[in-house]
Design a protein around this ligand. Structure first.
Ligand code: APR
Ligand code: PHB
Length: 389
């Protein structure tokens, strides 16, 4: 098979890129290791920056997002018994939109099917070849049969555990990593959200987050130990832990019910440089991971897609390689800022093993300062809502 752009990985990065390219008549094939249903089972964050919403419009897949997405123009932060609100739209004329990543991915799969785009599922043994030549290709197997795709460019959208990053020789890539000494235990429950905006909570018992998917579907998290297991967390224990971590005036609105999903996620910051090697480009989790505090994972993947899509368009439409030549540098400049913001939010909101009382007071003083200082609030709002592309 021959195509212009071979995309390894059918998560949100790969699918969004494929759909944007389709709109410009640029041919792409998507190779996905799992099935569509498997990909759509994964529950991830649900906060979309304006830039991603705009890309969904440009890709022609924003219909349901427009109908069902909830615009949020602020968020609540609590520390101990105190809480305050950051009014995003006082500082930047853009809200964020609450819409699950699972729904973004579903909309993209539906659009890809509707336009007849080629997606190969259950691919195995993907190998990316000859990316430093003008004739790169991908080999793989489907149901035991060997296949090959020749392409102008190969894009690695295969997530943190994919193969594309490893295709860059180890002496040519530098990896930066920080693993946090805790995890997030998350549940979904068919209950009305405790608040109409998100609550990020710093408490003596650890971090908590109150989020939502819609008016009758809540998503809640509590900080847990890295080695914890969901078996240790009955629903009752979860609700108790969450309640204890919220100021009383907010906790009193908490409606509890059975969880319909429960899982633990580790927290990690990771970046690989460069994000281009010859004719291979990395996008999204294949190149970087952020801890979920601040919801930058999907949004940072989207900014990569934006830079790469525009670079590929420039190449195919104007025979100009400026955009793709500048891709790695441009994408990384924004990635690092999202990394900094996610690391900072993580640092200021969690309880760290070995943290002293002094450290806890520093967190509290920082949050109190944000509460009282408009410049600090503006800085947080601008980063949370999303830096410009
Ligand atoms: N061959 C083909 N597909 C692969 C391979 C491989 N060798 N390895 C992994 N994949 C697939 C995975 O099955 C997955 O569907 O690549 C996809 C990668 O998707 P994600 O991990 O979701 O990464 P990405 O599309 O970059 O999405 C960005 O935003 O909120 C964050 O981490 C969150 O998933 C999220 C991300
Ligand atoms: C979520 O809704 O799952 C969510 C929201 C905000 C975050 C992380 C996760 O920072």
């Amino acid at each position: 098979m021959k195509t212009q752009v071979a995309i390894v990985g059918g998560g949100p990065s790969g699918l969004l890129l494929a759909q944007l390219l389709y709109k410009r008549n640029i041919d792409a094939v998507v190779l996905e290791r799992q099935t569509r249903d498997y990909v759509l089972q994964r529950i991830r964050a649900g906060i979309l920056e304006r830039g991603l919403v705009d890309l969904m419009h440009e890709a022609g897949v924003a219909g349901r997002l427009q109908q069902e997405g909830l615009a949020h123009d602020g968020t609540v932060i609590s520390y101990g018994a105190e809480h305050f609100r950051i009014p995003f739209t006082k500082y930047i004329a853009k809200p964020v939109v609450v819409y699950g990543q699972t729904e973004v991915t579903r909309d993209l799969y539906d659009a890809r099917e509707a336009c007849g785009g080629v997606t190969e599922f259950r691919v195995e043994d993907v190998v990316i070849n000859d990316v430093t030549t003008a004739r790169p290709y991908v080999t793989y197997r489907v149901e035991g049969q060997a296949r090959r795709i020749d392409a102008d460019y190969i894009v690695g959208c295969d997530g943190f555990h994919g193969v594309s990053r490893q295709t860059i020789p180890s002496e040519a890539r530098k990896e930066f990593e920080k693993v946090y000494p805790f995890g997030w235990l998350g549940i979904l429950s068919e209950t009305p959200p405790v608040n109409d905006e998100l609550i990020y909570a710093n408490s003596d018992q650890g971090f908590a987050l109150c989020s939502m998917r819609n008016e009758n579907l809540s998503r809640y998290y509590v900080q847990c130990s890295q080695s914890d297991s969901t078996d240790n967390w009955s629903d009752a224990k979860f609700w108790d832990a969450l309640r204890q971590r919220l100021p009383e005036s907010l906790a009193e609105n908490l409606v509890t019910g059975p969880s319909i999903e429960k899982s633990i996620a580790p927290l990690r910051s990771f970046v690989v440089e460069p994000m281009r090697w010859g004719n291979l480009f990395l996008c999204g989790d294949a190149a970087h991971i952020v801890p979920p505090t601040g919801a930058k994972g999907l949004n940072t993947a989207a900014s990569d897609v934006h830079y790469l899509y525009n670079g590929l368009r420039q190449f195919y439409e104007d025979d100009d390689t400026t955009g793709i030549d500048g891709y790695s540098e441009k994408a990384l400049a924004r990635v690092w800022k999202a990394e900094r913001f996610s690391w900072w939010m993580t640092s200021v909101l969690h309880r760290f093993p070995g943290q002293t009382d002094f450290d806890a007071r520093m967190q509290r003083a920082e949050l109190a300062f944000i509460r009282e200082n408009e410049a600090a609030q503006a800085s947080m709002a601008i980063n949370y809502v999303g830096l410009p592309y």
